[in-house]
Design a protein around this ligand. Sequence first.
Ligand SMILES: Cc1cc2nc3c(=O)[nH]c(=O)nc-3n(C[C@H](O)[C@H](O)[C@H](O)COP(=O)(O)OP(=O)(O)OC[C@H]3O[C@@H](n4cnc5c(N)ncnc54)[C@H](O)[C@@H]3O)c2cc1C
Length: 407
Amino acid sequence: MLINGGGPVGTGLAIELGQRGMTVALVERYPNPQPVPKGQNLTQRTMEHFQVWGCEDELRQAHPIPKGGGIGGMTCYRTLLTDHHYDWLNRAQVSDYYACANARLPQYATEAVLRARVAQLDTVDVFYGWQGDAFHQDSESVTLEVSERHSSGSKSPKGSYLVGCDGSKSLIRTQSGISETFSEHDKLMALLVFRSEELDQLLKRYPGKAFYNVLHPDFEGYWQFFGRVDHGLSWFFHAPVPLGTTAENFDFRAMLTRAVGTEFAFEIDYIGFWDLRVAVADTYQAGRVFVAGDAAHSHPPYGGYGINLGFEDARNLGWKLAATLQGWGGPALLESYSKERQPVFASTADEFIENFITEDRAFLANHRPTDEGFAELWQGRNKGADEVMAFEPNYAGSPIIGGQGQP
Ligand SMILES: Cc1cc2nc3c(=O)[nH]c(=O)nc-3n(C[C@H](O)[C@H](O)[C@H](O)COP(=O)(O)OP(=O)(O)OC[C@H]3O[C@@H](n4cnc5c(N)ncnc54)[C@H](O)[C@@H]3O)c2cc1C
């Protein structure tokens, strides 16, 4: 088995396959996880995967939440320090359905735990500092051409199947000719990572919270989004910025102060940008080649689906590849991966991610705090934490599941 890309999804897949006795070559261009916090909220379902992968305890110990801290979310109107706010994405509402509690930690800490676990598996050979450059497939096998990034080494590992877990600009997806469907928003987003102990003091008024969405009418439903990284000290912040913004030509300090709603002391450590768009591969399979994680689907981090859906891809594909190589899974089993996972992402994108933007935009356009009954309307927006309760990914219509094909 060949896996190109050893981010969270590729490494999770390598563990899944390696634990099932499959021989795996995992190729990852970076020697170490990249130090951007990115996907932090891990759902209860994801934690079940970590339990199966034998590293749930390690994950919980990797970046512990300090005593008195919490991992809840909240939505605020106009500024972080507003009087109008409500609890948001309260995943505790669905905890009874799962064997594990949810967790929250920076993506680089999650990746470090996965890297440590994969290193324990004799079945997996990891090539850090190597990159996939091209592949060729025939009816029996796939060959991946790989080269050392900072040296002249090259190899051509061969396997029965190749999985591209190489992120949203996936070489494997592109070279397979797999097309994507886009929903463009023509929006540039900034990601700041900053340190501020004063912000921690200011937010003591909302105990137990770790991520905060600030809805401002000027942004037409696009979020300004804060999250704790190292509790008490460091934070990330995403917000829409004008097209053409660079790290040099924009006043990020003013933007941050405005979103918080007061002057406060902070140091910016990192400024990055991403395009707000939803992209989904039209199929996740091309012959002996598959895509998983961001290589198959990418979208704004609205609702924390990205890394969690990617891990679910890895679990779904892993046992099917193993079953096929062990001789008890037929071709229809392998084909069911794309048929099950692609619609789950497409519906998540339409019914949740895009819907968040549309609903927030409509509310902000139609209601002002000066309107009579605004406070009740605002509180009414999240009665029952509906978006968490309503998220019911399922494989209705899958070729390997019997029944009526209805959820
Ligand atoms: C700014 C930002 C904020 C985000 N915030 C959230 C969030 O709050 N919640 C959430 O759930 N998700 C969030 N996400 C999304 C989340 O980070 C991704 O869904 C997740 O990283 C997907 O994992 P992956 O392994 O599929 O892809 P990636 O993490 O992109 O990993 C792909 C790996 O492939 C490697 N690679 C690429 N090309 C090659 C090659 N040719 N050869 C070898 N290796 C290669 C890369 O080095 C990388 O390690 C965010 C993403 C960004 C960019």
